[in-house]
Design a protein. Structure first.
Length: 137
């Protein structure tokens, strides 16, 4: 199901060149669509992880097929559900482990990598959960 009010473009944070935090610059990209098995999340918060820092410095290229944008964990609201996804609906608040791309207004994520917000957590707190939780699990 698609939210027809989605914009065509979104704000992102890109890496202009490898280096310190100052190399992060604002940019615009098309809003992705949820592929089969994915959900599209309107990002509220993105975590900052060690791999993000190493990738920003140019020492960790994104895996083949992954977004070149930083952001491995996010929280937000599902705005689109791809074919074959039955456990999430538009409007659900989730946190998710991404394949990159979290430093953006919207991020398409494998629906199996989403979690409901932990009890008592808000969106800000939940953005720090997926990388740690999935690593431990």
């Amino acid at each position: 199901m698609t939210d027809t009010t989605l914009p065509a473009d979104m704000n992102v944070v890109e890496i202009s060149e490898p280096g310190a935090p100052e190399v992060l610059v604002p940019g615009k990209r098309p809003v992705p669509e949820a592929a089969p098995g994915e959900v599209l999340i309107k990002v509220a918060y993105a975590g900052v992880n060690g791999p993000d820092l190493v990738q920003r410095r140019g020492h960790y290229p994104p895996p083949k097929g992954a977004s070149d944008l930083l952001g491995l964990e996010i929280s937000g609201t599902v705005v689109e559900v791809g074919d074959g996804v039955g456990n999430w609906a538009v409007g659900d608040m989730v946190c998710a482990l991404t394949n990159g791309g979290g430093y953006a207004d919207y991020c398409a994520v494998d629906a199996r990598h989403c979690l409901p917000l932990p009890h008592g957590f808000n969106l800000l707190e939940a953005a720090s959960v997926p990388e740690t939780y999935f690593t431990v699990w």
